[in-house]
Design a protein around this ligand. Structure first.
Ligand SMILES: *[C@@H]1O[C@H](CO)[C@@H](O)[C@H](O)[C@H]1NC(C)=O
Ligand SMILES: *[C@@H]1O[C@H](CO)[C@@H](O)[C@H](O)[C@H]1NC(C)=O
Ligand SMILES: *[C@@H]1O[C@H](CO)[C@@H](O)[C@H](O)[C@H]1NC(C)=O
Length: 369
């Protein structure tokens, strides 16, 4: 019984993973975690390796407009940066069809990155999933590739900033798309309204409540919006990256939410719903995203614990990768970390493997105006 379930692609992937994991452990030391004093001493002694890292670090500071107030903080961040270069190399080995390297997050420890951008519980996952489930669609005659951006259903990439409100961006992306499909008009809608006003909890898990910059859940947000009446435009309720007092004004509602549903955890169904209903909210494990620069992310192993909410906008069949001359079917996903992250704010993740949990928390909403 168990063996019949072990398909060859799975075994190959597993063996490749073992190989790369072993290689990674052999090639890279665990993080150096140098103290500030050690770094200062090494720099004084003109340690070649550290000097070359420092050059990269200075280029990074310039590119991302970083500045540190004290020498000590500078050295501390240099040490973290050095560790992150090693982490990027590890990610590169475990995820060879993507490109990993220096990103805007390269001076953050993994813990800081989790806190700020995904908030560990950036995405609250309910213990049980008893939302209205969507009926299955026919998935046979779908186009080979599909991209809602080409059809004008997706707003520009936004920036959540130092606020774990990924769930609000994911929800709003769904509504912007659904509104475009219903009316042909693209509007920027207000994430801030959700950050300030939405305290909804999951029906089955009273501890999973939307909590501004400290995390939330897309399905809670649809429930809040159905009760509140709707959502304002970004222009009347702009984003601040902080939770403030609720300033929602019913007279300024731009889009109303009439219903929502969960999509079955099946990547053919997800594709069918994407094409029929517009961009979909999805949850992913964001571990590889700290170092992601481009390509199709398809790591040999990735946790399925969801900690980040994003927007699925399309898919393709032939994700070309320089590092691995193979073609991989992929999803196109809009993130909320600005246009300088990833591929102009987007990333690609391979399709058909429930990669990083991508098929487990997928939802869509119906709107009226
Ligand atoms: C960094 O900050 C220091 C002190 O606040 C300032 O003197 C310096 O010009 C800044 N450098 C850059 C590149 O902004
Ligand atoms: C909402 O959607 C669910 C699942 O798609 C469906 O069962 C339900 O009837 C819908 N409710 C309304 C009021 O349309
Ligand atoms: C949404 O807002 C961005 C940033 O302000 C702007 O560049 C873009 O044109 C807006 N899009 C729409 C459809 O209004």
């Amino acid at each position: 019984m168990f063996f019949t379930k072990l398909s060859w692609p799975f075994l190959t992937r597993f063996l490749l993973f073992l190989f790369f994991a072993l290689l990674t452990v052999l090639v890279f030391p665990s993080s150096s975690a140098m103290t500030v004093e050690e770094i200062e001493t090494k720099l004084k002694n003109k340690d070649n390796h550290l000097l070359s890292t420092e050059n990269k670090f200075k280029a990074f500071m310039e590119t991302y407009g970083k500045n540190y107030t004290t020498r000590e903080e500078y050295l501390r961040r240099l040490g973290i940066f050095a560790d992150n270069i090693i982490m990027a190399l590890k990610h590169q080995m475990l995820d060879p069809s993507a490109i990993h390297g220096v990103t805007q997050f390269s001076d953050l420890t993994p813990e800081e990155f989790q806190k700020v951008y995904t908030r560990a519980h950036g995405l609250l996952v309910p213990s049980s999933n008893e939302f209205p489930a969507a009926p299955p669609l026919k998935a046979e005659s779908l186009p080979e590739s599909f991209d809602w951006r080409e059809k004008g259903a997706v707003t520009e990439v936004k920036t959540q900033g130092m606020c774990g409100a990924c769930w609000a961006f994911s929800t709003i992306g769904v509504l912007e798309g659904a509104h475009f499909l219903a009316t042909g008009k693209l509007l920027n809608l207000s994430e801030q309204q959700l950050v300030d006003c939405d305290n909804k909890c999951d029906i089955n898990d009273k501890k999973a409540c939307d909590n501004g910059c400290y995390g939330g859940l897309m399905t809670n947000a649809y429930n809040y919006l159905m009760e509140a009446g709707g959502v304002e435009e970004e222009a009347t309720y702009p984003y601040t990256a902080n939770r403030g007092e609720c300033k929602f004004d019913k007279n300024k509602i731009a889009v109303r939410v009439s219903n929502f549903s969960n999509i079955p955890a099946d990547e053919d169904q997800i594709a069918a719903y994407l094409v029929k209903q517009g961009p979909l909210a999805v949850g992913v494990n964001a571990i590889y995203m700290q170092t992601y620069i481009g390509g199709v992310s398809c790591p040999y192993i990735c946790g399925k614990k969801l900690n980040h909410g994003v927007l699925l906008v399309g898919y393709g069949t032939k994700g070309f990768s320089i590092l691995r001359l193979g073609n991989k079917p992929y999803w196109i996903i809009k993130n909320s970390w600005g246009k300088h992250w990833g591929e102009h704010g987007y990333f690609k993740i391979c399709r058909g493997y429930n990669m990083c949990g991508v098929n487990t928390l997928v939802s869509t909403a119906m709107v009226s105006h």
